[in-house]
Design a protein around this ligand. Structure first.
Ligand code: F6P
Length: 343
């Protein structure tokens, strides 16, 4: 059997560990499995652009950031060679029997449509934002939180030296998991997440309280956060190839407002793609490796239209529809728990 692996959507640390886990499991546990990789996500599928993935190609890659296959946000239903019929013909020509698609919501939604049309696809959930439902954690999230926490620790020492308020903007398009965990770990005086709009006056009050206790206030804000006065997340950099607004900049927007209301000199830092680069943490390497191995079992068992997922400490198989129905948002109770520490 010949299995094609693809990585699609925004990259995150751990993708290479999934690829290595799948290839090693397939080669060591099953007799007649070989692997190829599609270059740049669905683009490689549509164009039939593949590379061999022998065991030697995945040697030592679980600690490497990024993806050795490349990624893109290509929609497999678009273009002259897109759509289920043409893709099926391409796979037949290349002798590829099944696909392991590693990706987030957009990737898995496309995989679901293609599976419904008869293609043999299983999924591996991937999102640094940790916003996919039906899995407790996604790999890459732990690494992003680690990087963002270290950055906040650094912002605090410079903030304390200058008696400033520091605003750290982290990723989190629809959900605030990175902000919540980073803020808690770094001892932030306010954590601002998309699920819970608050007013600029409330933010300023938390900042003032921290200052009045002699602290240099730290505010952690997710890129998708909106104040109670805003209708849409801040975005002035146009749309990406999926037509989604490119977010970022809310920190810069908040900083002068906080400064004007509190009188505390305030600086904003956008962590951006630094959170998605570099080596994965040990937790992410282990999770990603286990997911890659389990995805091969899904293929061997013919579990088309399912993805592997983490439930507690177990890896399980769930239907795409379970992951795609809802975003995994931060529950109100988790926000309230963190909010006890604000101010
Ligand atoms: O979805 C993951 C994510 O990192 C979001 O947090 C962020 O808004 C987006 O990707 C950035 O995407 P790009 O790499 O295309 O700028």
């Amino acid at each position: 059997m010949r299995i094609g692996i693809l990585t699609s959507g925004g990259d995150c640390p751990g993708l290479n560990a999934v690829i290595r886990g799948a290839v090693l499991k397939g080669i060591k546990e099953y007799d007649d499995i070989e692997f190829v990789g599609f270059r740049d996500g669905w683009r490689g599928v549509v164009d039939g652009d593949i590379m061999d993935l022998p065991r030697s190609r995945v040697r030592g890659i679980s600690k490497q950031g990024g993806t050795i296959l490349g990624t893109s946000r290509t929609n497999p239903f678009e273009g002259p060679n897109g759509g289920p019929e043409k893709i099926k013909a391409t796979l037949d020509r290349l002798g590829i029997d099944a696909i392991i698609a590693i990706g987030g919501e957009g990737t898995l939604a496309a995989a679901q449509r293609l599976t419904d049309a008869g293609l043999k696809i299983v999924g591996v959930p991937k999102t640094v934002d940790n916003d996919l439902d039906a899995t407790d954690y996604t790999f890459g999230f732990d690494t992003a939180v680690e990087i963002a926490t270290e950055a906040c620790d650094r912002l605090r020492t410079t903030g304390e030296s200058h008696h400033r308020c520091m605003v750290a903007e982290v990723m989190g398009r629809h959900v605030g998991w990175i902000a919540l965990h980073t803020g808690m770990a770094a001892g932030a005086h306010a954590i601002l997440i998309p699920e819970h709009p608050v007013s600029i006056d409330q933010i300023s009050q938390w900042v003032s309280e921290a200052r009045d206790r002699g602290r240099a206030p730290l505010v952690v804000v997710a890129e998708g956060f909106v104040t109670t006065d805003m209708e849409m997340p801040h975005s002035e950099r146009g749309l990406d190839s999926f037509g989604r607004p490119r977010l970022g900049g809310i920190g810069e927007l908040l900083a002068p407002e906080i400064e004007a209301r509190t009188g505390i000199e305030t600086r904003a830092t956008v962590l951006g793609h630094i959170q998605r680069g570099g080596v994965p943490t040990a937790f992410d390497r282990v999770l990603a490796t286990r997911l890659g191995m389990a995805a091969v079992d899904s293929v061997v068992d013919g579990l088309w239209g399912t993805m592997v997922a983490l439930h507690g400490t177990d890896i399980v198989h769930v239907g795409f529809e379970k992951a795609l129905g809802n975003l995994k948002t931060v529950p109100e109770q988790r926000y309230d728990e963190a909010a006890i520490l604000f101010g």
